[in-house]
Design a protein around this ligand. Sequence first.
Ligand SMILES: Cc1cc2nc3c(=O)[nH]c(=O)nc-3n(C[C@H](O)[C@H](O)[C@H](O)COP(=O)(O)O)c2cc1C
Length: 237
Amino acid sequence: MTSLAKKNLMKDSKEINGFLHDRYERTTYEVPEMLQRSKAFYEWLDTRRTVRDFSDKPIPKAVIEQLLLAASTAPSGAHKQPWTFCVVANPDLKKQIRIEAEKEEYESYHGRMGEEWLQDLAPIGTDWQKPFLEIAPYLIVIFKRIYELDEEQNKQNNYYVNESVGLAAGLLLAAIHEAGLVALTHTPSPMNFLSKILARPANERPFLLIPVGYPAEEVYVPQLTRKKLPDISVFYE
Ligand SMILES: Cc1cc2nc3c(=O)[nH]c(=O)nc-3n(C[C@H](O)[C@H](O)[C@H](O)COP(=O)(O)O)c2cc1C
């Protein structure tokens, strides 16, 4: 056993099949408190909205770092954490991203999307113009890492990459909400231009582009209702 293993064992770890495992304990609650907490958490998450009008008020980089750490606690296939968060504050890069995103979105809104898609988007009120890409103080571009390269440049597998990165993105949005900031989940597709502008390696593919910031002074969001429990669930008892 290595000295590190011994040290860890002393802090309530044990070896299982040759690998160290830490004892894991967590607080549990009596049912009334469990219900109250889950209801309160739902009600809090239900106040999250996608915002498309941002203030340019700066956010401390230290906050963004905490948000990324929160996102990176997400579970991932074989704990590969197959994500890279590129944080863009540089105005020239933001401008380039806006120009390329608007080029793609112009094409999408003028032919690529089709009638049904455009009708589905109509209540949301979006169009090809994306000024928020320059206004929001930070653009978090999430890349999925479809494989890794070891020191000899051999490919190493990642697993369930889309599921894993989707979970990390969800936690990121929740963390942004908890910090009192707002975000837009944006997909100006195809998004290959992001790899080029940010000079990402071949094993990374753009996944989501998330502007983050304070909301603009007066913000309106589309009226929506979320599906009710019977519409999203089936219980087998
Ligand atoms: C994968 C994904 C892609 C999205 N892409 C865009 C987008 O490109 N532009 C946009 O304005 N909103 C986009 N949205 C935001 C949705 O329109 C929004 O989540 C939905 O209308 C529900 O609103 P809410 O987030 O306020 O609950 C996207 C959301 C998801 C999950």
